[in-house]
Design a protein around this ligand. Structure first.
Ligand code: TYD
Ligand code: MG
Length: 471
């Protein structure tokens, strides 16, 4: 009385359907439905002493932690949670041309300099091309072994013969193929099959496997998405092509924290570490200007200060323009609506442009208040007082809500010489907010109209600030 499973399965989302189609109607992906042979009925009598008994061990262990290789590139070691864990596999995903090969070649060079045996296998570039890049990076003498190959069988044969490498870099997984599979390199089954074999080798030999994966805009057939479940860690390499900084972000890590970032700056001699990212996104020389507010944000576990710029300008009647770079346009619409409804600003007919300086992309709701401050400042043509940072989440009723890591944000701001923070007012957790640095004073606000009163008292009737000095 078993019901037969539908035999056509979407390879992207796993949805089952009775017949083939070009497009999956559950996840919307194209050309992803393949036929799978239905599983035969489970053998009878499972669990009756027919299998092998598992070997349970105690959770507590006398040995401390896992073995890791440190690359010496602090920003990379930070995102991996303190170095590359032996036997683990890591996927570095990013747009083509963002700098993945450069980063991994630099990592290979740094690891090799520390005495770690690193093999760099490229399926995309020739040896001479890699040597040229190494010369640009100043790595010509690094004891890294290079090879070009696309056949997983050849790669495994070479890796298994001779002394095993400590770190194996495969650039990129989309170019690899298994000759046991029919489909072309880059297809889901090839990417999955090739990765499976390479990961199995890493687990057995104790080598670290670093895989490069391309992401395309369309969310393509063989994106590294299918790989995310298979590897131990997924790092995304992000950045705007037109800007010089790059961020490596850990989105999954079985051996460390996720949401950790490593910040690099692109130079002609490769990626340079940026130990203090705030310096990249702030412009200390320039005096205060209307429409700019400094947001004290958190990227991963690290506070990052970044300038948010707004321009409110009268637009042609009809449909005002709202343009956002580096933030969510839906959230901008919300902040504008709250400013209008709860603080009485009339923004409905104005064009509003918002930009996060330096090309950073902010995802935190804590930026709401800084965005509002930039808009109020541009609207009123009054600069936000010099040396001020802003953070806080804004609710629809106009309340300013507390955000996480309050103290860390204040500490970073104080460290960089800021003297005032406009931030959520202490609610019940008053002590938490008071126990911060003495170097920075706090102007706590509970409602959005208090921000307008503080920054632009002439715009709205109300109390004129809370004893905050203005320039
Ligand atoms: P590349 O590492 O080849 O990108 P990916 O492997 O992700 O496709 O880098 C792309 C180009 O950018 C390449 O021509 C080298 C250049 N580049 C620099 O000049 N400096 C840098 O710091 C980086 C990261 C890249
Ligand atoms: Mg590359």
């Amino acid at each position: 009385m078993t019901r037969r499973d539908p035999r056509f399965v979407c390879q992207t989302c796993g949805a089952k359907r009775p017949r083939w189609a070009g497009k999956c109607d559950v996840c919307g992906a194209w050309n992803c439905i393949t036929e799978e042979t239905p599983r035969e009925a489970a053998p009878k009598g499972l669990g009756k002493g027919k299998g092998r008994a598992l070997n349970f061990v105690d959770l507590a262990s006398a040995q401390g932690g896992v073995a890791r290789y440190l690359s010496g590139i602090t920003e990379l070691d930070r995102v991996t949670g303190g170095g590359l864990v032996t036997g683990s596999s890591i996927l570095l995903a990013g747009d083509p041309g963002i700098g993945k090969s450069t980063l991994l070649l630099q990592a290979a060079g740094a690891l090799a300099a520390n005495g770690v045996r690193a093999d760099y296998i490229s399926g995309e570039e020739g040896i001479e091309q890699i040597r040229l890049r190494a010369a640009r990076l100043g790595l010509t003498q690094a004891p890294v072994r290079l090879a070009t190959a696309t056949s997983v069988r050849d790669i495994l044969t070479s890796l298994e013969s001779g002394k095993p490498a400590d770190v194996i870099i495969v650039d990129s997984i989309q170019t690899m193929y298994l000759d046991t599979l029919d489909s072309a390199p880059g297809t889901v089954s090839q990417v999955r099959g090739a990765a499976q074999e390479l990961i199995r080798h890493a687990k057995l030999s104790g080598s670290v496997l670093l895989l490069v994966g391309h992401v395309t805009k369309e969310g393509q057939i063989a994106g590294p998405r299918v790989l995310e479940h298979m590897v131990d860690a997924v790092l995304y390499f992000e950045g705007e092509r037109s800007h010089q900084f790059r961020i490596v972000r850990a989105v999954k890590n079985r051996f460390g924290p996720t949401d950790e970032i490593g910040v690099f700056e692109m130079t002609s001699a490769g990626l340079a570490e940026v130990p203090n990212p705030s310096t990249l996104f702030l412009n200390p020389e320039r005096g205060p200007l209307p429409g700019a507010a400094v947001f004290a944000g958190i990227e991963g576990t690290r506070p990052v200060l970044v300038e948010i710029q707004a321009l409110v300008a009268p637009g042609p009647p009809g449909s005002p323009r709202r343009t956002v770079v580096g933030w969510d346009s839906g959230r901008l619409a919300m902040v504008l609506a709250v400013l209008e409804a709860r603080a009485g600003l009339s923004l409905g007919s104005s064009d509003v442009f918002l930009n996060v300086a330096g090309g950073l992309r902010i995802g935190e709701p804590a930026a709401d208040l800084a965005v509002a401050a930039a808009i109020v400042s541009s609207y009123s043509k009054r600069p936000v007082p010099e040396g001020t940072v802003v953070f806080g989440e804004i609710g629809l009723s106009g309340e300013v809500r507390p955000v996480s890591q309050h103290a860390a944000r204040l500490k970073e701001a104080a460290k960089l010489g800021f003297s005032l923070a406009i931030a959520p007012k202490a609610g019940d957790g008053k002590k938490r907010y008071e126990a911060t640095s003495a170097k920075i004073s706090l102007s706590g606000i509970a409602r959005i109209d208090e921000l307008v009163d503080l920054l632009a008292p002439t715009v709205e009737a109300g109390f004129a600030g809370a004893g905050v000095g203005r320039i």
